[in-house]
Design a protein around this ligand. Structure first.
Ligand code: GDP
Ligand code: CA
Length: 310
C-alpha cells in the first residue's frame, strides 16, 4: 500500500509511471486543493483535474493540464459579457466543473465528487483531496502599486508569477479537517511518496492540514521525496522562485532542508550527485538517479527507484 502527496503536473507525471510500476489499486493519492478556485460560479480543482486527466490518458500533452484537443468556445463566448477569462477553461474541461459544482451544491463532499469523477474517467488509483474544507493558498506580494495579497491562481495565471513574493499562507488550514481516508492512508502505507511537486504551494498546503505533518513525522523513515529541483532550477513553474523567496537555497539541498522533519529519504538527480554528501550529513538518506520524466518509461523507472530506496 502506497500513499502519495501530489500537486499538479509534476505529481501527475510521476504517477503516470507509478501506476506502471505497482498495482494501482493499492495507491492512494492525496491531492493539493489550495489552488481551488471559483470561475463563472464553478468549482475548479486544478491539481485534482491534472492528476485525473493524466491518469485517464486524456491530458493535453503540450501543457500537462487540461484535456487534449479541447476547444475554448465557451470562454471565448463569455468575453462578450466582459467577465475575466484569464483562466482558460476548455469546453470539455468545463463539463467536469459543471458536474463537480452541481454535486457539491446537492450536498456531496469534495472527496465524494472527486471519487465520482475519477471513477468516470477510469482512474485506477484512489484520489483524495487533502481536505473537504476550503484552504485557499494566499500569496503576499509587492507590486508597483504596493503590497497585495493574491489568491494562488491570480498570482500564478493572471499575473504570470511576476509580482515578487513576500510570503505564502494557507488560509483556514488551522480549522480544516483532513478528508476521510487521508490520515488512514498515511498511517497504513508501506511507503509514503512526496511527488516532485512544488514544495511551497503544492505540498505545503497538504502538510498544513492538521494531522498530516504529524503523521509524516511519525513515519519519517517510510517517507521519500523526489526533488522537483534539478541543477538549481525547476523543470517547469515557480518552485525555484518560491523556495528562494522563503529563504531556502534553490537546489536539491534546499528541497532536502524544506522536508527534513517529515521525510527520511530524498531522490536527487544525477546532475546533482555532487550535493549528495551534504544532504546525507544533514541527516537524510540520499539516492542519486535520473529524475527527468521525459516519457512514461522514464517516469516508471523513477517510480521503481523511488520505492526501492525505502
Ligand atoms: P503544478 O501544481 O501543476 O505546478 O504541479 P506540481 O507542483 O505537481 O509540479 C511542479 C513541479 O514539478 C516543478 O517544481 C517542476 O520542477 C517539477 N517537475 C516537472 N517535471 C519534472 C520532471 O520531469 N522531473 C522532476 N524531478 N521534477 C519535475
Ligand atoms: Ca497546482
Amino acid at each position: 500500500v502506497i500513499a502519495v502527496l501530489a500537486g499538479g503536473v509534476g505529481a501527475a507525471r510521476f504517477l503516470r509511471g507509478l501506476v506502471r510500476a505497482v498495482d494501482p489499486s493499492g495507491v492512494t493519492v492525496i491531492v493539493n486543493t489550495g489552488d481551488d478556485e471559483t470561475f463563472h460560479g464553478l468549482h475548479v480543482s486544478p491539481d485534482i483535474d491534472t492528476v485525473t486527466y493524466t491518469l485517464a490518458g486524456v491530458v493535453n500533452p503540450e501543457t500537462g493540464w487540461g484535456i487534449a484537443a479541447d476547444t475554448f468556445a465557451a470562454v471565448d463566448a463569455l468575453e462578450r459579457f466582459g467577465v475575466p477569462t484569464w483562466f482558460r477553461l476548455g469546453d470539455r474541461d468545463l463539463a467536469t466543473h459543471l458536474f463537480r459544482t452541481q454535486r457539491l451544491r446537492a450536498g456531496a463532499s469534495l472527496s465524494q465528487v472527486t471519487a465520482e469523477i475519477a471513477g468516470a474517467f477510469g482512474v485506477p488509483v484512489r484520489l483524495v483531496p487533502m481536505s473537504d474544507d476550503p484552504v485557499p493558498t494566499l500569496i503576499e506580494v509587492t507590486r508597483d502599486d504596493g503590497p497585495a495579497v493574491l489568491r494562488m491562481q491570480e498570482w500564478f495565471v493572471r499575473e504570470r508569477c511576476e509580482p515578487a513574493v513576500l510570503g505564502v499562507t494557507f488560509s483556514g488550514a488551522d480549522q480544516a479537517r483532513p478528508a476521510p481516508g487521508v490520515l488512514g492512508a498515511l498511517n497504513d502505507a508501506d511507503a509514503i511518496v512526496i511527488s516532485p511537486s512544488n514544495p511551497i504551494i503544492s505540498i505545503g498546503p497538504i502538510l498544513a492540514v492538521p494531522g498530516v505533518r504529524d503523521a509524516l513525522v511519525a513515519r519519517r523513515d517510510r517517507v521519500v521525496v523526489v526533488s522537483p529541483i534539478i541543477a538549481g532550477a525547476t523543470v517547469k513553474g515557480p518552485a525555484d522562485r518560491l523556495l528562494g523567496a522563503l529563504g531556502y537555497e534553490v537546489s536539491c539541498v534546499g528541497v532536502a532542508r524544506a522536508y527534513h522533519d517529515v521525510c527520511g529519504t530524498i531522490v536527487i538527480d544525477e546532475q546533482d550527485a555532487a550535493r549528495a554528501d551534504e544532504i546525507a550529513a544533514a541527516g537524510m538518506r540520499v539516492l542519486v538517479a535520473p529524475t527527468l520524466m521525459t516519457d512514461a518509461r522514464a517516469s516508471e523507472q523513477l517510480a521503481r527507484v523511488t520505492l526501492g530506496s525505502l
